[in-house]
Design a binder for this molecule. Sequence first.
Ligand SMILES: Cc1cc2nc3c(=O)[nH]c(=O)nc-3n(C[C@H](O)[C@H](O)[C@H](O)COP(=O)(O)O)c2cc1C
Length: 185
Amino acid sequence: MTRYRKRSFPTSKVRRFLEPGPIVLVTSAYRGERNIMTLGWHLVLGFVPSLVGCYIWDENHSFSLIRRSRECVINVPTVDLVDAVIGVGNTHGPRVDKFARFGLTPVAASRVGAPLIAECYASFECRLVDTSLIRRYSLFVFEVVKAHVATSPRYPTTVHYRGDGVFMISGRNASYRRRFKRVNL
Ligand SMILES: Cc1cc2nc3c(=O)[nH]c(=O)nc-3n(C[C@H](O)[C@H](O)[C@H](O)COP(=O)(O)O)c2cc1C
């Protein structure tokens, strides 16, 4: 095993090494308006109930739509949507229909008002269940109340943001299942 020689590194940039989750497109809707934002900063907070925390900057238009409606859909795109991922992230909501601009198709959800994105591999309908960390950390805690996932491929090629305009594109999968303690699977 390699022993790395390390140097001091700016703490403001450690995020580059800690952003492994797939980039997602978060859809929202409130009083006839709908929107999409690109989001990389999310974390799983529990699986029964299924909880996900999302950092949503308060200057994003999605922030107010989601806080007011208390709902959203977390959509997981694959690498073929990378242009839309960047375009949506570069665009600020109120006056733009990002579905039309980036060729994405809204589909009615079953449990929330925000739409699913037809072109995304998976879509998770979410309700805001804890607002206590929003003011301090812009952290929204959602419960996934309904999940829609494509049946194939089993492991989609997702994109993972590494900061500084660089994406990691998911690649090889290797199963070490037999070596795992059951509780950690
Ligand atoms: C790769 C990428 C990752 C991003 N991750 C986040 C994030 O985790 N949280 C956030 O608030 N904004 C994030 N953004 C910025 C928003 O997507 C961007 O501000 C967007 O325009 C917000 O749209 P809105 O103002 O219409 O809601 C990201 C953008 C890109 C391109």
